[in-house]
Design a protein around this ligand. Structure first.
Ligand code: ZN
Length: 223
């Protein structure tokens, strides 16, 4: 499921190359850009160009390492999962908004069409052209929108379902991160407590030692 959503995001930005990159990149470990280029059979500059386009949308992140001998930087890349899902979320919402707009216009306005050129005219434009196509001069006919309207409705339903899935994934991933962070905080606290107790014991031992020493000194003096 998640894999498909990441594919969708990457292909919105890069088309087919996005799908190839989604296959090679990982969400947990950084991958050397030279290895990516080799796997995709592209030059390093082509690969960097693709990766930077994803990077601009926050879909990937990088770390760089300097080659001490040659003096240049090599970049390592990984998928930013939550950002990628949130990007897809926004894109789907945009599409739904546009389709709902289109649906409303198709449902409320009348359109005319030239059946020969397959061009649609709004009612106003058809009137301006005296119901004659300005390309081939055929008579325009009133368009039956039923098929198109059904198609748009189907698309909206499909996108809304996908949106639900995306939002569920985002929530799951954020919950996971939150729990992970909570575990880390607990661990930090535990370690701090342990360190404190160790220090306390050390101090007590030191005090005991000092006591022993002073006792010894006193007993020596008494003798
Ligand atoms: Zn025409």
């Amino acid at each position: 499921m998640q894999k498909k959503l990441i594919d969708d995001s990457f292909s919105i930005v890069l088309g087919k190359q996005g799908l190839d990159l989604a296959k090679i990149l990982d969400e947990k470990k950084y991958i050397n850009e030279f290895i990516i280029a080799k796997k995709m059979n592209l030059t390093i500059n082509q690969v960097r160009n693709f990766l930077y386009r994803l990077f601009e949308h926050g879909l990937v992140s990088n770390i760089r390492k300097k080659d001490k001998k040659k003096g240049w930087y090599t970049y390592f890349w990984k998928i930013e999962k939550i950002n990628t899902l949130e990007f897809l979320d926004k894109e789907i919402k945009k599409r739904i908004y546009n389709l709902e707009h289109l649906l409303k216009s198709r449902e409320t306005k009348r359109f005319y069409t030239c059946e020969r050129c397959n061009i649609d005219y709004s009612e106003e434009n058809a009137l301006l052209n005296n119901f004659i196509c300005h390309d081939c001069e055929s008579v325009l006919v009133l368009k039956d929108n039923t098929k198109e309207i059904n198609e748009i409705k189907k698309n909206i339903i499909y996108l809304k379902k996908e949106l639900e899935e995306v939002e569920e994934e985002i929530k799951k991933n954020k919950d996971f991160l939150l729990k992970k962070r909570e575990r880390e905080i607990k661990k930090e606290k535990r370690l701090k407590k342990q360190a404190k107790e160790k220090l306390k014991k050390k101090k007590i031992n030191e005090k005991k030692k000092i006591k022993k020493k002073t006792k010894k000194i006193k007993s020596i003096k008494r003798k």
